[in-house]
Design a protein. Sequence first.
Length: 194
Amino acid sequence: MQLINGRTPEQWRAYDRWKLIVAVVLALLLLVLWLADRGPGRAAACCALPGAETAAVAPPPPVAPPATPPPAEAPAVAETPPGPDCPETIDAKVMFASNSSALAASERDELGELVPCMAEGRFEIDGHADSSGTDVINIPLAEARAQSVVDYLVERGVDAARLTSRGHGSSQPLVDNATPEGRAQNRRTEIREQ
């Protein structure tokens, strides 16, 4: 094996590769530092061909905040104060079918007539059920009945902040639950002015 300056040819090749790697890394580092100092616009201008026009690099346009839609206005409940058809205090009942929290068309019509009278004040919406089921069924059903009335009133323009709702299940019957007629009267939601 032939030694050149005390090293074998394989050692010289490894040494040359190492020197090449270090030189390339240093050259890349210097290039990155130079471009960072010059900035993207300056780097492009410096590298253009002589005599060629260089376009000025404009800064990016400012980013506009996302457009937000204007807040939706709540529909007007009543243009004028309650008329002579409105009671002094509101105490109304909305009736429901068995095992249902859906408002019947007739009940919607009656609630619609009541909406103009609810232009001011705070109202309590209490849902009730008959004694046909257990509390596990009746309390959520009564809550859903009260909520369906609240949803309808809000849809018609009554401010939701002026409405509170609760479900009582079958704990507060109006009449005895022993007859079908009595149970029908107990399936209700009451609206009371506070």
